[in-house]
Design a protein around this ligand. Structure first.
Ligand SMILES: [Mn+2]
Length: 430
């Protein structure tokens, strides 16, 4: 039995006060879903098994290019971060794993493993960092890393990624995510083809260092930190990379890494169809890579992404096993509260997508009935699945209302007293 940060008795009494109402709401929704031929318990079971990883950097307060306003009781190191992740996991029962970022989270891997397993947490994908310079680093990444014009700098970046794999092996991770900031700020600054060729060569070396049962994820991003061109700019480039590298290479889709209004759900469908969808970095955006909370701006888009995922899941696409992670920057909220709600939002989109009447949808598509086809999606999306999500939490030891429970126990005030405020702190990029 793993330890919990918040006493199980406190969570139990929080739930006891809400149980009767929840059971009524669940029964009422169950009756309405039954009329649509849907067994509510089957949806709840799937929700209970659905997990999304928490990025270690998400539990600290983020920032912008302008400033960072630190919050109270911020984690001082990776061990504090793991404790915050344990709180999120305990109250939501939706976040069983943590995704580490090296070198930010560098520590003795055995100690890390111990710290996480104490709370029943596992490790998701390892994230390398060649978009900023670590302390005492020999060569700078100011002008790129894996695509750098200088062979020595590329070698250093490759070595760093191989080191991330080594650390991950001890932790029980099964994937490496490579996101690079490489690109250019001025037309003519780099030769597009040569830079991409250097990148591919470097990635081939990293790929060769992957254990047999690992996956390699690459993440495209349209702009930032480079503002004229980026080496891994779009999903097409990302797909080329995965194809060039081999069967263990997949594309990661970060919802914020596209131009506004891009049809992300269609990109997801394409990647699934050609066996290259690796997983997601969930967040939301209004203008660019805003890294806002998942589902906070456009929950319908999140639903439409999950509509594609559930379609693939139900049609048994071979090798379909996307890795789900949140990737957000919390500037004005308590990161723990934001991450709890975001994990629930991702679950919500999944549950709603499970309610789509796929047989009816196919019929409307074949009959060119655009109106009824889109209504079929809307009927699922409009269904308030909160009782299903709350019941899943209740049954697995989470809190019926995670944010309310978190506020009741005063966790933030407690850690604020224990963790001295960090002075300064630069912009928080994730
Ligand atoms: Mn990301």
């Amino acid at each position: 039995m793993s330890e919990t940060i918040i006493s199980a008795d406190v969570v139990a009494s929080h739930n006891a006060a809400r149980k009767t109402d929840l059971e009524r709401d669940y029964a009422s929704l169950g009756e309405r879903l039954d009329r649509r031929g849907i067994a509510i318990d089957a949806i709840r079971d799937k929700v209970e098994k659905f997990g999304v990883a928490i990025p270690s950097w998400g539990v600290g307060t983020g920032g912008t290019r302008f400033a960072r306003f630190p919050g109270a009781g911020e984690p001082r190191d990776i061990f504090d971060k793991i404790e915050d992740c344990a709180v999120i996991s305990q109250l939501t029962q939706a976040t069983p794993t943590v995704s580490l970022h090296i070198p930010w989270d560098k520590a003795d891997p055995n100690r890390l493993k111990q710290a996480a397993s104490r709370f029943g947490l596992g490790f998701d994908a390892m994230n390398s960092n060649t978009f900023s310079d670590a302390r005492d680093q020999k060569l700078s990444y100011k002008f790129g890393s894996l695509s750098h014009a200088d062979a020595g700098t590329r070698r250093q970046a490759v070595e760093h990624n191989l080191e991330c794999i080594e650390i991950g092996k001890t932790l029980g991770s099964k994937a490496l995510t490579v996101w690079i900031g490489d690109g250019s700020n001025f037309p003519g600054q780099v030769n597009f083809a040569k830079a991409f060729e250097r990148y591919l060569d470097a990635m081939r070396e990293i790929y060769a260092g992957l254990p047999e049962d690992w996956r390699l994820f690459t993440e495209h991003k349209m702009y930032e930190p480079a503002f004229y061109s980026t080496v891994v700019q779009d999903w097409g480039t990302n797909y080329i990379i995965a194809r060039e590298l081999g069967d263990k290479a997949f594309c990661l889709v970060d919802l914020g890494h596209h131009a506004p209004n891009v049809n992300i759900e269609m990109i997801v469908s394409r990647l699934i169809q050609f066996g290259k969808l690796g997983g997601f970095h969930f967040n939301d955006s209004k203008y660019g890579d805003d890294d806002l909370d998942a589902g906070s701006i456009d929950p319908y888009r999140l639903f439409l992404v999950f509509n594609e995922l559930v379609d693939a899941e139900l049609s048994g696409v071979r090798g379909f096993n996307p890795a789900h992670m949140l990737d957000q920057s919390h500037n004005v909220t308590d990161p723990i509260e934001s991450l709890m709600l975001s994990a629930v939002e991702v679950q919500r989109a999944y549950a709603q997508a499970l309610l789509v009447d796929r047989k009816a949808l196919e019929g409307y598509q074949d009959a060119n009935d655009a109106l009824m086809a889109t209504q079929t999606l809307k009927i699922a999306y409009r269904t308030d699945v909160e009782p299903i999500l709350a019941m899943a939490r209740l049954r697995t030891g989470g809190a019926v209302d995670p944010v309310a429970a978190y506020r009741e126990v005063g966790y933030r005030a407690k850690v604020a007293a224990e963790r001295p405020a960090v002075v300064g702190g630069g912009g928080g990029i994730v």
